[in-house]
Design a protein around this ligand. Sequence first.
Ligand code: ITT
Length: 196
Amino acid sequence: MEEREISGKIKVMFYTGNKNKFREVREILWEYGVGIEMRTGKPAEVQSEDITYIVKTCVEVLRKRNRGPGFVEDTGLFIESLNGFPGPYASYVYEKIGLEGVLKLLRGVKNRRAMFRTIIGYWDNKTKLKIFKGEIKGLISKKVRGKGWGYDPVFIPLGFDKTYGEMKLAEKNMVSHRSKAVRLFAEWLVKKKQGN
Ligand code: ITT
């Protein structure tokens, strides 16, 4: 564990198996003096079209095991011309057909609009469930561009001409779907702490 995680003024457990996600969230929360520890054991993926429902169900299960403070985060990618596919199944689709597979589905398609949505669900011994949401609209590029993880090399956030994969972490963290949800979460946590 890194020292700065330990020395954070507020410490929360983040239940995720995704190291990239963890890193992004850690960088943002650090700006607010919030330290996180990675905990695996997010309950088995709940099957639903609704990300908020997935998050609520995970929190219900985890709360029974651990009194917190803890949180989970679930993200979906919704491609307009594919009626919102892959949505909450983004991870499964990525594993099965990869970025090239997704680009193939969109070959010759003019409407490349897409949206990333992140939902965070937090709990502690007093708070049953608190939800935070972040969304960003964008376009699916025609080719894989840049590095990054997951769909980063094919997602161009609205107002930019580069993909997330062509951005530095700090730059992505200024605009991303995840950062919007995480910043709302952080502001709430800090206020809550001040009120105690
Ligand atoms: P946990 O559920 O353990 O947190 P996960 O990888 O399964 O990790 P999600 O279900 O929230 O996470 O995300 C589904 C997939 O969506 C993820 O595996 C990536 O392929 C993609 N994804 C999510 N956020 C992304 C981002 O910021 N950039 C690129 N791809 C992203």
